[in-house]
Ligand binder design. Structure first.
Ligand SMILES: *Cc1c(COP(=O)(O)O)cnc(C)c1O
Length: 422
């Protein structure tokens, strides 16, 4: 079952739910991130429902989109949250996630981050090294408490995705090698201050076929059986995130139902609660970035459309070579022609699309980048002295500002000029 369309054309004008994109640009200025609430809810509910009667926790990987309003939509849908830092943990609490529905990942957790996780009583810490295990044990004993932990195991799987977002290969910095799991669990079990509760893995992001998941899940199933035979009570199997989304119109990623089906089939019968940590697949397709066309020009035989959004606002095309679908508003008559869609940043790589067939545009028209709801705004910067842009959440005919546009003064508000020495 495919998802409902997020962006629709009514006549020649684009709409996000029932709000004209042109109205959003008018009211909130550009560049502007806009998200469809219905799209977020649809995805959350489909993951939830797909689990049926299997004990589970869908923990939204909040790093995909940090905005409080977005995370709040998910906690309202009953989801937990997967965090990777103190800042994310505090956001999760701020939007009302119950501590027992929060899991904490990351190869480099600092002592203060571990302390906060123990103080609020999260579901579990996903550990990524034996030194981290010792640190967590010490912090827990000092507090007179016991830390619930899992090890993030590295199953050595090639997720067939972009190398920058593959995390489950032997050479990645993440997790501990799966062959060393039994030894690590034995050490953890012997340590005062530690309670082993589960296993965890996460093999990468934007995975568009089920094969790597099947392979990794098969290895996890085998190791869980080994650990159970060793006498460990595995209450939680955390299978990470990574489900891919439709970016090009041809990706055909598995649906939440397909993916959860494989998860249930492989590890659903081991007597443990299954945790999944989707990030991208919950938010990517729900968001658009609206920019305004500033100028058109031709250099040699290349035609350029220069827009007011840049790589500081949306980095994925430049960071990963990510293909981004682009719509124009209004849709003008005339045949499509290949253009480069570029931003105003002083870098040659500041290009959203190369040789893209686009309908004619004129200065003042809108250019809408699709599927930017994950790893979009949260990766933006003030490079070139550009204030962070605004974000809005659309719900039916309603559009609420969920992050104010930064002012120029705010971009330097925390900077200081020291007094010059005489
Ligand atoms: C980033 C991350 C996720 C989410 O990945 P997506 O590809 O966005 O679904 C889940 N778990 C961990 C540990 C992560 O680092």
């Amino acid at each position: 079952m495919s998802f409902r369309e997020v962006l629709t054309r009514r006549g020649d004008r684009l709409h996000l739910e029932d709000v004209a994109v042109a109205r959003l640009a008018e009211e909130f200025d550009t560049p502007l991130y806009a998200y469809s609430r219905a799209a977020l809810v649809e995805r959350a509910e489909r993951f939830e429902r797909a689990f049926g009667n299997t004990p589970h926790l869908v923990a939204y990987s909040i790093k995909a989109n940090l905005n409080l309003a977005i995370a709040h939509v998910f906690t309202r849908c009953g989801l937990g949250i997967d965090v990777t830092s103190r800042g994310e943990l505090e956001r999760a609490l701020r939007v009302g996630a119950r501590p027992e529905n929060i899991v904490f990942a990351g190869a480099g957790k600092r002592a203060d981050e571990i302390d906060l996780a123990l103080a609020v009583g999260i579901r579990m810490l996903n550990l990524e090294s034996l030194e981290e295990l010792e640190c967590v044990a010490t912090r827990a004993r000092e507090r007179g408490t016991v830390a619930p932990v899992a090890f993030r195991l590295n199953p050595d799987i090639d997720p067939q995705t972009h190398p920058h977002i593959a995390t489950g290969l032997r050479t990645a910095k993440f997790g501990i090698p799966i062959e060393e799991a039994r030894e690590a669990y034995a050490r953890a079990k012997a340590l005062p201050g530690i309670r082993v509760v589960g296993v965890d893995f996460h093999i990468g992001s934007q995975i568009t076929s089920l094969a790597p998941f099947r392979e990794a899940l098969g290895r996890m199933r085998a190791i869980v059986l080994d650990l159970q035979a060793d006498g460990h009570a595995i209450e939680v199997i955390d299978v990470g995130g990574g489900l891919g989304v439709e970016y090009t119109g041809q990706d055909r990623p598995p649906t939440p139902e397909d993916y959860v089906g494989v998860v249930r089939k492989t590890v659903g019968d081991l007597g443990a609660t299954v945790v999944i940590e989707p990030g991208r697949s919950l938010t990517a397709n729900a968001g658009v970035l609206i920019s305004r066309v500033l100028y058109r020009k031709t250099n040699g035989d290349r035609r350029f459309v220069i827009v007011d959004g840049g790589m500081n606002d949306y980095l994925r095309p430049m960071l990963y070579g990510a293909h981004t679908r682009i719509e124009t508003d209004p849709l003008r008559p005339g045949s499509e022609a290949p253009v480069d869609v570029v931003g105003p940043i002083c870098e040659s790589t500041d290009r959203f699309a190369e040789d893209r067939l686009l309908s004619p545009v004129e200065p003042g028209d809108l250019v809408v980048l699709r599927d930017v709801g994950a790893y979009g705004f949260c990766m933006s910067s003030t490079y070139n002295g550009r204030p962070l842009v605004a974000e809005v959440l659309v719900n039916g005919e309603r559009a609420d500002l969920i992050c104010e546009r930064q002012t120029v003064e705010e971009t330097w508000a925390r900077e200081r000029i020291p007094e010059e020495s005489p």
